[in-house]
Ligand binder design. Structure first.
Ligand SMILES: NC(=O)c1ccc[n+]([C@@H]2O[C@H](COP(=O)([O-])OP(=O)(O)OC[C@H]3O[C@@H](n4cnc5c(N)ncnc54)[C@H](O)[C@@H]3O)[C@@H](O)[C@H]2O)c1
Length: 695
C-alpha cells in the first residue's frame, strides 16, 4: 500500500508511503480517498492526519507515472483535493522534509497544516515550463499573500517553512516529533466547525493591479524564451480578481496551454533525459560500489585545482600531487582565491572556507597518495607525461583504487594499457572551470569494470555533477561535436560572415554564447593545437585556415586581450575588431571566394546541423548510449538553450527529413568532404523514425 491507514485513538492517520518522495501516483491518490472515506465512516474518529513516511511529506506527482495512463486515472489530484475539502471531519496535513508541487497543493486542500521546522516548500512546476495545475496558483496566494506566492510560483524556488511562519499557510510550525504534534493539533481542533477552507480566503493586496503589472513587465523582459512565467502571473491575477472556481478553471486552461508548448516539451525532455543518463543498460542498479572516502588529484593546474575543490565541497579529503613546490603552492593559492570569491559573494562563511581548505592537502610524493580510494590525473595533455604518471600510479596505488584521467583528447584505452589494472581505469572529463561546470563526461574504456563505472556515476552525484557516459573516441561526445560546429563557423567567415554576425544569430536562437565569443573565452590556441594534430592525423579532413591565421597573430582570445574580438582592460565585453574583419575579408579574397550575404537561418542551420550530424554518428558508433545523453551533454556543458531541449531533441522536433534535406543542400554547396552525412540519420529518415526511438 502506498497510503497506509491507521487509527491512533480517535484520530485517523493516513501515511503516504511511496518511496523515494511519496510521489502522488494513482495508487497513492486512491489510497488517500479510501483512507478519508474509512475515517468518515467510523463514528469513533474525530479528525484525520495526513502525513508522509520517511520524514518527508510529498515531492508531488510520481514521475514514474508521467506519460502513462495511470497519470490520468481517477482519482486525479483535483478529485482528491475536492474530497479533502468536502470531508466533514477536519483533515490536518503534517509536513516535514518537503512538500513540493502536487504535494503542497494536496496540503493546501486540507483544513489545517502543521510543519516541522526546516521543511522545504515549493511549487517548482515553472521549471518544467508549466504551472501548478491542481489549485496551487489559487490557494497559495490565499495563504501566503500575492507577493510571496508570485515569487515562489514564478521562480519555482523552494522556501523553508520557517520563513512562512508569519503567513496563514501553517497553523503551527514545530520542532520535535511531527506525528505527536499533529495528533495533538488534531485533538485540539476536532470539534471546531465550520471547517476552514483555503478557498474561502481572499487574496488581500492594497495595490494588486500595479504590483501584477510591474511583475509582468519584469518577467516578460527576463524570460523572453519562456512562456510559463508570464502565464503564472495570469493565473495569480485570476486568484485576485475571480471567484475561486473561476480561478481554478483559468489555471486549468493555462496549464493545458503550457503543456503543449515546445518550450515545456523541451524542458520536460531534459528533466527525463537527466534521469535516463544515470542508467547504463549493462550495469545493474544494485551493482556494489567501491567505497570512496579519500581522493588524490595529480596536477594542480587549471583543472586539477578545480577538480580538488569539488571533493572538498562534498566533504571528502583530497591530496593534490605536483612536480614542484611552486606549482603546488600556485594550485593551493588558486583554490583559496576561488573560495574567497565565493565568501565575498556571501555564499560561504569564513569557517566553511577554512574547513574546505583543511580538506585539501598538497604533496610532491607519490607515497602520500597510495591509500586514496580514487586518483584523478589532470597533468599536461601529452601521452608521454600521462604514461609516466599512470606507471607510477600502478606502482603505488592500493589494490582496488580507481585510476581516473581527465584527458580531453587522448585514447583512454592506451592510458589504461600503461597499467596492469585496466579494469580500474576510467575517464572523468571535467569542464572548465571544473568547480563550476555541471557536466562530467564519464569515459568508459574497453576494460573499465562495471563497478568502477557505477562508482564513478554515483560519485558524480556526490559532487553534484551531471554524469554522462561516453565511449572512447577523440573529443568524446561534447568536444567531438563542437569541432564540427566550429568548422562550419569558420567556413561561414570565409563565405561572407563576420564573427559578430555568426555569434548574434546563434545567440538569438538561444545559445548562451556564439562560437567566436566562446572560443575567445576558452582560448583560440587550444583549437589551433588540436587542428595542427589533425592536419597530420587526418590530412583529408578539410579545415578553413582562418582560425590558424588568427592564432599566428597571437590573438588567443581574452587572455591576450585580442581574439576574434578586441578586449579592453578590466572588461570582458567583446568589441568587433577591424583588424580581424579585414583579415577575414582578405582571406576570402586569397581563396578566390566571392563573399556573399549569408542569412541568419543558414548560419543557425549549418551550426546546429553540424552538431546533429556528428551526434548521429556518435550514436551510431555507440559512443553515446542514447540521443538524450547527447542532449544532456549540450545542455549542461555547452550553453545549449534549455527551451530547445538539446540538439538531438531539437532535430526530432523539426523532423529528421527536414534536417537531412538541409544537410544535403549545404553539403552540395560546400567543397566535397566538408560534410560526411551520417548513415544513421539517413537510415532513421528512410524508416520514418526519430532519434528518441533509437536506443
Ligand atoms: N583546460 C581545460 O579547459 C580542460 C578541460 C578538460 C580537460 N582538460 C585536461 O586536463 C588536463 C590538465 O589540463 P590543465 O588545463 O589543467 O593544464 P595545466 O597546464 O593548467 O595544468 C597541468 C598541471 O599538471 C602539472 N604536471 C605536469 N606534469 C606532471 C606530473 N608528471 N606530475 C604531477 N603534475 C604534473 C603541471 O605542473 C601543471 O600544474 C589535460 O589532460 C587537459 O587536456 C583541460
Amino acid at each position: 500500500m502506498t497510503a497506509r491507514y491507521q487509527e491512533h485513538g480517535d484520530i485517523a492517520v493516513i501515511t503516504l508511503d511511496n518511496p523515494p518522495v511519496n510521489g502522488l501516483g494513482h495508487a497513492t491518490r486512491a489510497g488517500i480517498v479510501e483512507g478519508i472515506d474509512k475515517a468518515l465512516a467510523n463514528a469513533g474518529i474525530t479528525a484525520i492526519v495526513l502525513i508522509g513516511a520517511g520524514q518527508r511529506f510529498s515531492g508531488g506527482a510520481d514521475i514514474r507515472e508521467f506519460n502513462t495512463p495511470g497519470a490520468l486515472q481517477e482519482p486525479s489530484l483535483h478529485t482528491v483535493i475536492r474530497h479533502l475539502e468536502a470531508a466533514t471531519k477536519p483533515v490536518v496535513a503534517a509536513i516535514e522534509g518537503l512538500a513540493m508541487g502536487g504535494g503542497l497543493e494536496l496540503a493546501l486542500g486540507c483544513h489545517y497544516r502543521i510543519a516541522k521546522s526546516g521543511a522545504q516548500i515549493a511549487l517548482p512546476e515553472v521549471k518544467l515550463g508549466i504551472l501548478p495545475g491542481a489549485g496551487g496558483t489559487q490557494r497559495l496566494p490565499r495563504t501566503v499573500g500575492l507577493e510571496r506566492a508570485l515569487d515562489m510560483i514564478v521562480s519555482g524556488a523552494g522556501v523553508v517553512a520557517d520563513k512562512l511562519a508569519d503567513t496563514q499557510l501553517f497553523d503551527r510550525i514545530i520542532d520535535g516529533d511531527l506525528l505527536q504534534h499533529a495528533l495533538s493539533l488534531a485533538r485540539d481542533i476536532a470539534a471546531q466547525r465550520p471547517l476552514p477552507l483555503v478557498r474561502a480566503l481572499r487574496v488581500e493586496h492594497p495595490e494588486a493591479d500595479s504590483f501584477l503589472q510591474a511583475a509582468r513587465q519584469r518577467v516578460s523582459a527576463t524570460s523572453t524564451h519562456y512562456p510559463a512565467p508570464v502565464r503564472c502571473i495570469a493565473a495569480l491575477e485570476a486568484a485576485v480578481h475571480k471567484d475561486f472556481d473561476e480561478g481554478l478553471a483559468i489555471e486549468r486552461d493555462l496549464f493545458l496551454e503550457l503543456v503543449e508548448t515546445p518550450e515545456s516539451k523541451a524542458l520536460r525532455h531534459a528533466f527525463f533525459a537527466e534521469r535516463a543518463a544515470g542508467k547504463i543498460p549493462d550495469v545493474r542498479a544494485d551493482t556494489p560500489l567501491r567505497a570512496v572516502r579519500s581522493v588524490a588529484v595529480i596536477g594542480a593546474g587549471t583543472m586539477g585545482a578545480g577538480i580538488a575543490m569539488n571533493f572538498a565541497n562534498a566533504g571528502l579529503p583530497v591530496t593534490m600531487l605536483e612536480t614542484t613546490q611552486p606549482a603546488l603552492d600556485k594550485g593551493l593559492a588558486t583554490i583559496r582565491r576561488n573560495y574567497e570569491g565565493t565568501l565575498k559573494k556571501g555564499r560561504l562563511t569564513a569557517a566553511q572556507l577554512e574547513q574546505r581548505m583543511a580538506l585539501i592537502a598538497g604533496t610532491l610524493s607519490y607515497d602520500a597518495i597510495g591509500s586514496a580510494d580514487i586518483v584523478i590525473e589532470a597533468v599536461f595533455e601529452d601521452i608521454a607525461v600521462k604514461e609516466a604518471v599512470f606507471r607510477q600510479l600502478d606502482a603505488v596505488m592500493k589494490p582496488g583504487a580507481i585510476l581516473a584521467s581527465n584527458t580531453s583528447t587522448l585514447d583512454l584505452d592506451r592510458i589504461a594499457a600503461f597499467t596492469k589494472r585496466p579494469q580500474d581505469v576510467i575517464g572523468m572529463h571535467f569542464f572548465s572551470p571544473a568547480n563550476v561546470m555541471k557536466l562530467l563526461e564519464i569515459v568508459r574504456g574497453k576494460h573499465t569494470a562495471t563497478d568502477v563505472l557505477a562508482t564513478v556515476m554515483a560519485l558524480a552525484k556526490t559532487i553534484r555533477k551531471t554524469g554522462v557516459v561516453s565511449g572512447v573516441c577523440d573529443g568524446f561526445i561534447g568536444n567531438r561535436m563542437i569541432e564540427q560546429y566550429l568548422r562550419q563557423a569558420f567556413f561561414l567567415l570565409e563565405e561572407g560572415c563576420l564573427p559578430a554576425q555568426v555569434d548574434k544569430a546563434i545567440e538569438q536562437f538561444g545559445f548562451a554564447m556564439g562560437p567566436f565569443r566562446m572560443s575567445d573565452l576558452a582560448g583560440n590556441d587550444i583549437g589551433w593545437y588540436i587542428r595542427k594534430r589533425r592536419y597530420v592525423e587526418k590530412p583529408d579532413l578539410l579545415y578553413s585556415k582562418i582560425g590558424d591565421k588568427l592564432c599566428e597573430q597571437g590573438r588567443f582570445g581574452q587572455k591576450t586581450s585580442a581574439g576574434w574580438y578586441d578586449y579592453r582592460a578590466g572588461d570582458r565585453q567583446a568589441y568587433p575588431s577591424d583588424e580581424v574583419n579585414d583579415m577575414i575579408v582578405a582571406c576570402s579574397t586569397g581563396l578566390g571566394i566571392q563573399r556573399r550575404q549569408v542569412g541568419d537561418q543558414e548560419i543557425v542551420e549549418r551550426l546546429l546541423f553540424a552538431l546533429v550530424n556528428e551526434g548521429a554518428q556518435i550514436l551510431d558508433e555507440g559512443i553515446a548510449l542514447r540521443a538524450s545523453d547527447i542532449d544532456i551533454v549540450y545542455l549542461s556543458g555547452y550553453g545549449f538553450p534549455p527551451f530547445r531541449g538539446g540538439p538531438m531533441f531539437y532535430a526530432d522536433t523539426l523532423g529528421l527529413p527536414r534536417v537531412l534535406d538541409a544537410i544535403r543542400r549545404y553539403a552540395s554547396a560546400q567543397p566535397p568532404g566538408v560534410w560526411k552525412v551520417s548513415a544513421l540519420l539517413e537510415q532513421l529518415v528512410s524508416q520514418g523514425k526519430r532519434f528518441d526511438s533509437h536506443q
